[in-house]
Design a protein around this ligand. Structure first.
Ligand code: ATP
Ligand code: MG
Length: 648
């Protein structure tokens, strides 16, 4: 395959070692108060890395022993049908048993499992016992409606407790859930529902977002005109909006639940039976239907949550994503519940009714860990530090970020203004496909703003060239995983050939992530964007994240997106789209020149910029990632491709 290594590099030179940076105050040492009782202390960290390297199977087997199984495995990883790896082969378990059933037999029975805050500010709390009984009822509902093991259930719900009830109920009954983010259009819902051949859909009459009633059921009506496999639509009543229930397929959630028992015998599943299908964000092309299974997935998310976010039973954990993304599956619903902690769900928009809503929520519930995305951090930065400053955020112990490379400016802003310099920032690199954190620090590691640190112990991520050879420090290359990991996807739904082709064929024997990164002299990873997006200017390769990070470090810039456009002489040059911070009123021509000079200063003369365009908004996926392929198609007058994931 073509080599897409990257040559320029922020903080990559040999001289910029941790030690040198520590002297300059550009890296962050672990905070003593956190290290003291960390789930994985600094001494054990090194040991875990070694164990994960030399005996991968024993390492993950130990992690599996923290969970409950109906029948033990006879093999930790069955590699006989690679790349269709089978973790904990021969075992029986159920992820919902681990998230609920085993807790209600302990003191956690009456502990708060979910804190829900509506956009209007109402709070609801569900204990483990409440959630257990609701999930049991829903599993009975599914069974009564004829849903059998392996049948697909589409879930099109906002961030409300019923989405967790529906997911867990499916898992209990052995049905495969396919959650479709509630911000998606009728077309996107229809495509995903039809691809999964769902027999049942769960939705809501309506919900509130940004102060507006979103009439979700109307969207469903539109989608259902062409969803022939769906026999039943179960509707949660939330907003009380007037909706049409006349179609025989529509049934009320509360009516069905009222008629069911709160006991259900959780189904014993094979560890490799599918748990869910989830479509990728669609940043780089048409979304792919990623399949995850019960056993390995729960082992992977449990271990990573405990080590990376250092989660404790006493924590109140807020992953401010949506359950419609893998982040929400792994770290709003399943991970925190398996860990027996309290997970926070917020229905609404992060800026409603004002730019301090998130800080208000943290203060109100005394949240300990906040996990969000760089796009949200940059948006909140745009409104200024006075908003977090108005609130008591002192309960926070740890911060996290995911979704895109985080530029050092945003990292430091988050660290200083949200964490008050008391909370390490865990930048976690992973994918829908990986199911769990892959490259991420723990709170006992030395952090460099903008780097996701190193692979999690027991995970074998590396950066290689087109032939699969490791690249030297400071050089960019392909991100690969060299050994199977427990929460890995099992396949692409209905398309095992594509699974092999996309992830396993280009560099034989390795999982190809599709991202590029470099490692610095200390082995820290610096993610630089998608391999499809790499610019090749006069023979030099530059990652988009690198250019964007340089642009965003200018004081007037809020966000930037960089694409390559063809150039007769240099092969390709950069075009940059910029959104400015609130209230910036500079002359545009002057600012263009200033930004060009700024990038030149940051990255040197190799980044040749064709144009800089100011925009009020950048095209993003509904999960908040910049869609460079859309900007590029528009710029070059090409076909825009699959747009179902686009925000507006
Ligand atoms: P598609 O696969 O359909 O193009 P997508 O890759 O955006 O969509 P996700 O699985 O939601 O779908 O996102 C995973 C990708 O997000 C990673 O491959 C990487 O490009 C990016 N990413 C996630 N976390 C980080 C991070 N901490 N640092 C850098 N990049 C990240
Ligand atoms: Mg992807």
């Amino acid at each position: 395959m073509e080599d897409r290594g990257v040559e320029a590099g922020r903080m990559q030179s040999e001289k910029e070692t941790t030690e040198a940076l520590l002297e300059e105050g550009r890296v962050f040492r672990p905070l003593p108060q956190i290290v003291v009782d960390a789930n994985l202390n600094p001494n054990d960290y090194e040991d875990a890395v070694k164990r994960g390297r030399y005996d991968l199977e024993a390492f993950w087997e130990e992690a599996a022993h923290e969970l409950d199984w109906f029948k033990k495995w006879n093999q930790v990883v069955d590699r006989s049908d690679a790349p269709f790896f089978k973790w904990f082969a021969g075992s029986k378990t159920n992820i919902a048993y681990n998230a609920l059933d085993r807790h209600v037999k302990t003191h956690r029975k009456n502990k708060v499992a979910i804190i829900f805050e509506s956009e209007g500010g109402a709070r609801e709390r569900m204990t483990y016992y409440d959630l257990y009984r609701a999930a049991n009822k829903f599993a009975n509902v599914l069974t009564s409606l004829g849903i059998k093991k392996g049948d697909r259930v589409a879930i099109y719900l906002p961030n409300i407790p019923e989405i967790a009830i529906a997911m867990l109920g499916c898992a209990k009954a052995g049905a495969v859930h396919s959650v479709v983010y509630a911000g998606f259009s009728a077309l996107a819902l229809r495509e995903r529902t039809n691809h999964a051949e769902a027999r049942l859909l769960v939705t809501v009459d309506g919900f509130y977002r940004n102060g507006k009633l979103i009439r979700l059921k109307d969207v469903v009506d539109d989608a259902m005109t062409a969803c022939p496999t769906v026999e039943t639509v179960v509707v949660v009543r939330r907003s009380g909006a007037k909706i049409d229930m006349s179609d025989g397929r529509y049934l009320w959630f509360h009516d069905l639940m009222d008629g069911e028992q709160s006991e259900f015998e959780t189904r014993e599943m094979d560890a490799n039976d599918p748990l869910f299908i989830l479509y990728t964000s669609g940043t780089t092309g048409a979304p792919k239907g990623v399949v995850h299974v019960h056993g390995g997935y729960m082992v992977g998310i449990n271990r990573t949550l405990k080590w990376v976010f250092d989660i404790k039973e006493t924590d109140i954990f807020w992953c401010a994503a949506d359950p419609g993304w893998v982040t929400g599956h792994s770290y709003i619903v399943y991970g925190p519940l398996i860990a027996g902690t309290t997970t926070v769900m917020y229905e609404g928009h992060p800026l409603f009714p004002g730019p301090d809503r998130m800080w208000q929520i943290i203060e109100k519930y005394g949240i300990n860990i906040l996990y969000t995305a760089p796009t949200t951090i940059r948006m909140l930065m745009r409104f200024g530090a006075q908003h977090p400053k108005k609130h008591d955020l002192s309960t926070l112990r740890l911060l996290g970020t995911v979704g895109e490379p985080i530029n050092p400016e945003a990292w430091i802003w988050y660290y200083e203004n949200v964490g008050n310099q008391n909370c390490p920032v865990m930048d976690t690199w992973w994918q829908t496909e990986t199911g769990m954190f892959m490259v991420a620090p723990t709170p006992c590691n030395v952090l460099k703003p903008g780097s996701a640190f190193k692979p999690v112990p027991g995970v074998h991520v590396d950066v290689v060239d087109a032939n699969g050879e490791p690249v030297e420090a400071g050089k960019g290359g392909h991100v690969v995983v060299k050994e199977p990991w427990p929460a890995m996807l099992s396949t692409l739904y209905k398309d095992p050939e594509k699974y092999k082709e996309v992830y396993w064929s280009k560099i034989p024997g390795m999982y190809l992530a599709g991202d590029i990164a470099s490692k610095d002299a200390d082995g820290y990873f610096w993610f630089q964007g998608r391999s499809d997006d790499v610019l090749k200017i006069a023979g030099h390769r530059i990652g988009t994240a690198e250019v964007e990070s340089a642009v965003v470090s200018h004081k007037h810039v809020a966000e930037a997106a960089c694409i390559g456009v063809p150039d007769k002489i240099r092969g390709e040059v950069a075009k940059i789209f910029v959104t400015l911070k609130e209230g910036v009123e500079e002359d545009e021509d002057r600012l263009v020149n200033e930004l060009k000079a700024h990038v030149r200063k940051e990255l040197g003369p190799i980044v040749i910029i064709r144009g800089i365009e100011f925009k009020d908004k950048l095209p993003k996926t509904r999960s908040g990632k910049i869609m460079r392929r859309v900007l590029k198609a528009r710029e070059l007058g090409l076909k825009e491709g699959d747009l179902t994931a686009l925000e507006d």
